[in-house]
Design a protein around this ligand. Structure first.
Ligand SMILES: *[C@@H]1O[C@H](CO)[C@@H](O)[C@H](O)[C@H]1NC(C)=O
Ligand SMILES: *[C@@H]1O[C@H](CO)[C@@H](O)[C@H](O)[C@H]1NC(C)=O
Ligand SMILES: *[C@@H]1O[C@H](CO)[C@@H](O)[C@H](O)[C@H]1NC(C)=O
Ligand SMILES: *[C@@H]1O[C@H](CO)[C@@H](O)[C@H](O)[C@H]1NC(C)=O
Ligand SMILES: *[C@@H]1O[C@H](CO)[C@@H](O)[C@H](O)[C@H]1NC(C)=O
Ligand SMILES: *[C@@H]1O[C@H](CO)[C@@H](O)[C@H](O)[C@H]1NC(C)=O
Ligand SMILES: *[C@@H]1O[C@H](CO)[C@@H](O)[C@H](O)[C@H]1NC(C)=O
Length: 438
């Protein structure tokens, strides 16, 4: 191991001590969840078919690892004698332990869902007051991941401390099982989890539920910002969540991430360019990348998006810093143009230009903007630019566009499109290697 990688490893482990302390999600977790496509209509077969498809499509090579069973796996009630959770025996005739064994046998990890309330959002029994026995049972079932929702919380929210205590309870219960279980909090951003959750959870949802739509306003997602939002709701269009995420990037890091919600790529409500925007922005903002489509039946377009290694590498970069929005300009006719940048390992940078307006935009990107934080020296450096949504001659994502200094000009971004570039210092010896290795 080179000295560089050694130091990097130390740095990663030193930082995870501030997270849930389970050593998980050092980079944002990746996987698949039943909810966005199947809702309550799930069974053993839904999960095993998806797991098999993930393997067949080689998605594991890109980092997709967790297969997560969302709401509605439950029996009508808990075990009356012990209080332990029980699964629906019609949908899961062989039980959950058997299911998780089969998922593990495919080389994947298994996730489950519950709510920090008396009921789940789908009206099944919740975990409030049953944290200990639920965590213990999940561990016995071989669960590796818990998505923990916020429905029917009996009013135990309203201040960060009240929410913290309800969610920390399950965090401690998971820890007490001795099994490393990734803890994915889903309290929709209530009471600002970015402030109170970094040392109890691996990720926390920042807003109401995503809707498979680019930017349609819906009153069921009424807040204009997630800071002090009193009704997170649902039907939050994808571009609205990007806007919500912009100010809270500063709170994420190794082992504790802002969760922008599960992906809709492949579910049909957006165009190809809009899904590219969705996947790009979730990646550079270091959201968990949890697929929400039917992975057994994907178009090549969908597959192309979710297997763009150059973009996934940005999400999984060892630096662990979400990109920051440098500016946002309103465009006549609605929507806006925004410039984003973030630091990556090896002194590389990611730069993205997002256009949510209904017309194509062409601009020059100034290094005085991109490297505003880094100062004059970085601003005057020469960089090699890779366009991460173009393939090079060998068919790999990340086309070399040459070197630039001071600015890169005449950049066009189409309607609802996002362009993403990796900037590599031109002084670094083996450029392509950096792209391929990370
Ligand atoms: C439980 O927490 C302790 C310290 O906070 C940590 O060292 C340990 O690895 C955790 N165990 C699990 C299984 O998460
Ligand atoms: C998965 O990888 C194997 C081995 O490299 C290859 O033969 C197969 O075609 C790949 N499958 C897909 C769907 O890309
Ligand atoms: C628990 O008891 C209720 C009625 O009190 C019954 O309807 C339910 O089937 C029982 N559940 C189990 C898992 O035995
Ligand atoms: C968690 O909540 C349960 C039930 O509400 C309670 O009995 C238990 O003491 C709590 N545990 C911790 C560690 O706060
Ligand atoms: C596969 O997806 C297409 C649309 O992309 C749909 O028309 C078809 O019904 C799906 N097939 C199955 C088996 O779900
Ligand atoms: C999808 O891509 C595969 C492999 O590149 C190809 O064989 C297949 O014909 C494509 N399917 C469609 C519908 O374009
Ligand atoms: C800008 O780029 C377009 C194609 O992307 C090209 O046609 C045009 O000549 C370029 N303009 C300048 C000033 O470089």
């Amino acid at each position: 191991m080179s000295k560089f990688w050694f130091l990097l490893t130390i740095a990663a482990f030193a930082r995870y001590a501030f997270a849930a302390d389970n050593g998980l999600a050092i980079t944002p977790q990746m996987g698949w969840n039943t909810w966005n496509h199947f809702g309550c209509d799930i069974s053993e077969d839904t999960i095993l078919s998806a797991a098999q498809a993930i393997v067949n499509y080689n998605l594991t090579r890109f980092g997709y690892e967790y297969v997560i069973m969302d709401d509605c796996w439950h029996a009508a009630s808990r075990d009356n004698a012990s209080g332990a959770p029980v699964a629906d025996s019609t949908k899961f005739p062989n039980g959950i332990k058997d299911l998780s064994d089969k998922v593990h046998a495919l080389g994947l990890k298994f996730g489950i869902y519950s709510s920090a309330g008396t009921y789940t959002c789908g009206g099944r029994f919740g975990s409030l007051g049953y944290e200990g026995i639920d965590a213990k049972t999940y561990a016995e079932w071989g669960v590796d991941y818990l998505k923990y929702d916020n429905c029917y919380n009996e009013g135990r929210a309203g201040t960060p401390l009240i929410s913290y205590e309800r969610y920390a309870n399950m965090s401690r219960a998971l820890n007490a099982t001795g099994r490393p279980i990734l803890y994915s909090m889903c309290n929709w951003g209530e009471d600002g989890p970015w402030n109170f959750a970094p040392n109890i959870a691996n990720s926390w949802r920042i807003s109401g539920d995503i809707m498979d739509n680019f930017d349609r306003y819906d009153d069921r997602c009424p807040c204009t910002s997630v800071i002090d939002c009193k009704l997170p709701g649902f039907h939050c269009a994808m571009a609205r969540i990007i806007d919500f995420a912009a100010p809270v990037g500063q709170k994420a890091g190794h082992g504790h991430w802002n969760d922008l919600d599960m992906l809709e790529v492949g579910n049909g409500g957006m165009t190809f360019d809009e899904y590219v925007t969705h996947f790009s922005m979730w990646s550079i903002l270091k959201s968990p990348l949890i697929l929400g489509n039917d992975v057994t039946n994907m178009t090549n377009e969908t597959l192309n998006i979710i297997t763009n290694k150059a973009i996934i590498d940005i999400n999984q970069d060892s630096n662990g810093s979400p990109a920051n929005r440098l500016w946002k300009r309103s465009i006549d006719g609605g929507g806006d143009l925004s410039l984003w940048a973030g630091g990556l390992a090896n002194n590389c940078y990611v730069v993205a230009l997002l256009n949510t307006s209904p017309s194509s935009q062409t601009i020059d990107i100034e290094f005085s903007d991109v490297f505003f934080d880094q100062g004059k020296q970085a601003q005057s450096q020469t960089y090699t630019i890779y366009d991460l949504w173009q393939k090079d001659d060998s068919g790999s994502w990340g086309k070399n566009l040459g070197t630039v200094q001071g600015s890169f000009g005449n950049v066009s971004v189409g309607i609802h499109q996002t362009k993403v570039w990796r900037l590599v210092p031109a002084s670094l010896p083996s450029q392509r290697q950096i792209l391929d290795e990370l």
